[in-house]
Design a protein around this ligand. Sequence first.
Ligand code: AHG
Ligand code: MN
Ligand code: MN
Ligand code: MN
Length: 336
Amino acid sequence: HTADAQRTDLMTITRFVLTQQSNHPESRGDFSILLSHIVLGCKFVCSAVSKAGLAKLIGLAGETNVQGEEQKKLDVLSNDVFIKALVSSGRTCILVSEEDEEATFVEPSKRGKYCVVFDPLDGSSNIDCGVSIGTIFGIYLVEEDQEPTIEDVLQPGKHMLAAGYCMYGSSCTLVLSTGTGVNGFTLDPSLGEFILTHPDIKIPKKGKIYSVNEGNAKNWDGPTTKYVEKCKFPKDGSSPKSLRYIGSMVADVHRTLLYGGIFLYPADKKSPNGKLRVLYEVFPMSFLMEQAGGQAFTGKQRALDLVPKKLHERSPIFLGSYDDVEEIKALYASEE
Ligand code: AHG
Ligand code: MN
Ligand code: MN
Ligand code: MN
């Protein structure tokens, strides 16, 4: 009987969020409407990614973004789809995207109370070879009355209401937290619905995997160098950790969340603030890690306490299993 019940009791992401919203009696469904538009964007990108090679969607778009990166066709297409979906939701007032130098201020007639920061396509270097990529997003509440300004966006990550990512891999998986734990949903293409498949995700307290681009080892600082050394040549006789590095933050973080371990994008001599962007990569992933019982550290402080000064500011990041991050925090603390 239970198997039958499960099969017919479809817990879609929309229904799940509605049931969670019951904790916020004051909500008038605005968040659910916003989320449904983010979900629409993810479904579109999932479909475009799955046929990128066929639809001549691989390769460069012939432009570069504010990061100085050559934009891929899918970077631009995904960005356009998310901007349009978010504006048309009528629930946003400011949008910040990795692909746009300036923030988008929604016209007054379509304005809502949320600000969305997002990376429309994360892991672009992996598009042309078919390796997993993703979308990352974070949601802030913005005071509705006065005219929205850029200050409304430069909030610490701990003020985020919700954060999530969608991974376009062997399956299309959307992982979301609205502040009361982390849940994973898998797209059922036959229904066009994200169905709850990973309820209440908790990251293992300690893991056996470390995830970093070892190619940057020459430029790492002391504590990172010592920590990675410890992973490879443990002094306490334990077995060395495995190295897994995909090069798409969404895929590396998703594996870390489910299997445990630590993901690192440290500072290095060439880029003293590391590579990953605070608003739409570091904050959403750090929010999810904390909600799943892990933690996220910048080398100096708790990642979610960081107050960004600029839209595309970068920060070093160490996130994952609670005990693993504790170890690298101790190394940075002893360096001070
Ligand atoms: P994006 O494709 O959105 O610009 O992000 C790429 C990021 C992130 O996905 C990944 O963790 C990191 O770049 C990999 O950087 P390296 O290739 O320097 O390791
Ligand atoms: Mn990029
Ligand atoms: Mn990215
Ligand atoms: Mn990107």
